[in-house]
Write a protein that binds this ligand. Sequence first.
Ligand SMILES: [Zn+2]
Length: 199
Amino acid sequence: MRAMAKLYFHYSTMNAGKSTALLQASHNYIERGMQTHLMTARLDHRAGEGRIGSRIGLSAPADTFGPETDLFDALALRLKGGPCACVFVDEAQFLTEDQVWQLARAVDDLNLPVMCYGLRVDFRGKLFPGSAALLALADEMREVRTICHCGRKATMVVRRDAEGRTVTDGAQVQVGGNETYLSLCRRHWREATGDRPRG
Ligand SMILES: [Zn+2]
């Protein structure tokens, strides 16, 4: 009997190396002669359309999804093309709640393991919709860790504009802007966003 497939959520803050971790995990299957299926959000153009890229230079081709993509249908179709040991989804914070359910159905009904990688919270400290649904529905969760400049675990992210000023409002997703992101521990995030420590 085959092991039961699971829905995994590997979450992190910015610049924690989650795309690197995804590509490495996929490579581990390929090295053993198995096939994987990679997907990423369509709005991510950092590595070019239909590629997952990491900051250390690794990259691999990937299918893209938009908010209208039915991921259950996409994965059922993928399975008709041949065996697939594991599905990897990058930028999973951009999934809709419906799409997370579609992935959960692919896990349960197609017995297909699905590993999602995404950011937990945005620069305002709010959960992304895809991450909220994954935190609710995933069978297993793991944190991809990175650290703040102070050495504590970074769990938060600040957005900075082109002049390096911290931004505390605006759209959750900004595409093609000049802003940068910095991962911080909660204490330093509070400081950066203007909340003064008391006592
Ligand atoms: Zn810190």
